[in-house]
Design a protein around this ligand. Structure first.
Ligand SMILES: Cc1cc2nc3c(=O)[nH]c(=O)nc-3n(C[C@H](O)[C@H](O)[C@H](O)COP(=O)(O)O)c2cc1C
Length: 187
């Protein structure tokens, strides 16, 4: 195609994945803030993928299969990531292939970064590409106010913008590549 694609074709369908299913989870606060940032970025449309609200494997397969890119919002549990997140990841296979995954993490002093580093290994096995730039909230409960806003928003906004910029680049590049040549035929 010569020239620019139609607007709709440029939109990246982003699946925003909740990492926690815990009762009273802080994940809602972080994920809602991140979702608001993404929604204000016209390059993306967002679909929430919440393991606490999943009913069966088929809708999950469809959700992951239809998305072009993912943002995983994960806490850190005992220096790893939550088991329900692993169960979600493992219930889907080829739908992850040749797609980019970015991370927003939260926790205590490490800001959930240990969970993110482990998730990179898992997604490599699923032929997904993880984005280097992350957003991380150390002592997360001190960074958000009672209304879900961030007390000092400049830095997290900047890192979210960087992460989304990188994610968009990969999402466009990989979507074009998947269309030109199905990834299943790459080996
Ligand atoms: C089982 C469990 C283990 C945890 N282990 C860690 C940890 O290793 N590192 C850390 O920074 N925070 C740890 N925390 C604190 C969590 O990061 C914090 O409770 C966070 O709010 C959990 O996310 P959630 O509320 O969305 O489930 C742990 C919390 C739980 C419940």
């Amino acid at each position: 195609m010569v020239g620019r694609e139609p607007q709709e074709e440029q939109t990246i369908r982003l699946g925003l994945i909740y990492g926690s299913t815990r009762e009273g989870r802080f994940c809602d606060t972080v994920a809602q803030w991140v979702t608001a940032q993404i929604v204000s970025d016209e390059r993306f449309s967002v679909e929430i993928v919440d393991p606490a609200r999943m009913h069966g494997e088929r809708p999950l397969k469809a959700q992951i299969g239809e998305a072009d890119a993912f943002v995983v919002v994960t806490p850190e549990y005992n220096h790893g990531y939550p088991a329900p997140l692993k169960a979600l990841i493992d219930s889907v296979g080829a739908e992850w292939h040749a797609k980019p995954v970015a991370f927003v993490s939260y926790g205590g002093i490490s800001g959930g970064l240990r969970a993110v580093e482990q998730l990179r290994q898992v997604f490599a096995e699923l032929h997904a590409v993880t984005v280097r730039d992350t957003v991380s909230f150390a002592s997360a409960w001190e960074q958000f106010d009672a209304t879900g806003g961030i007390v000092a928003p400049d830095r997290p906004r900047r890192s979210t913008a960087t992460m989304l910029g990188r994610l968009y680049w990969w999402a466009v590049a990989l979507r074009v590549a998947r269309r030109i040549s199905p990834y299943s035929q790459a080996a």
